[in-house]
Design a binder for this molecule. Structure first.
Ligand SMILES: [Fe+2]
Ligand SMILES: [Fe+2]
Length: 175
């Protein structure tokens, strides 16, 4: 239900000049372009996740704070503005809540077209945005540590996960 609430509250999303300054401080020019290619609600979500990781990791010496904050700001860049309509996105969110993430992985199909293709594309993006984002970040010259955090942010938790990855997942769930 948190995901559904997330979509509904996103309708009122905004990015303040203060947020914009925060983003510009942490990202390179090409990363900034990717950040801006997300929808406003996704930009807001990533900013909220970045604020949460900063709170959770504040004072933890073993955590690479700049890497973690950058990964938080960029973790959903695989979801690009205009690629998926709001109603298709809501369908994908509801289906994930009801059937789990495996369904979108199986049924999703890349490529926009008619209403049906667009819905399948939304499921594809929902299931594959970590990989899509990792690829975009590699092209942007982002450091490997950040790319890996983005790539694995929806993978099930494992013993070998870094502290940064655990904090990113935790903050993503809270937002
Ligand atoms: Fe995500
Ligand atoms: Fe997210």
């Amino acid at each position: 239900m948190r995901r559904v609430k997330q979509v509904l509250s996103a309708i009122r999303a905004e990015v303040t000049p203060q947020d914009a300054a925060f983003v510009a401080k942490h990202l390179t020019q090409s990363e900034l372009e990717l950040f801006r290619q997300m929808s406003l609600p996704d930009q807001r979500h990533c900013l909220n996740v970045a604020n949460t990781v900063a709170e959770l990791a504040g004072g933890l010496r073993e955590v690479n704070q700049p890497v973690l904050i950058k990964a938080a700001l960029l973790h959903d860049v695989g979801r690009r503005r205009g690629d998926v309509s709001t109603s298709d996105k809501i369908m994908a969110v509801i289906s994930r809540a009801v059937f789990g993430s495996g369904f979108a992985q199986k049924w999703g199909k890349q490529g926009r077209g008619g209403a049906w293709e667009n819905l399948r594309h939304a499921f594809y993006v929902s299931a594959n945005h970590p990989e899509i984002g990792a690829k975009l970040l590699r092209q942007a010259g982002t450091e490997e540590q950040v790319i890996n955090l983005v790539r694995y942010h929806h993978h099930p938790a494992g013993m070998a996960d870094s502290k940064e990855l655990s904090l990113l997942r935790q903050a993503d769930d809270l937002n």
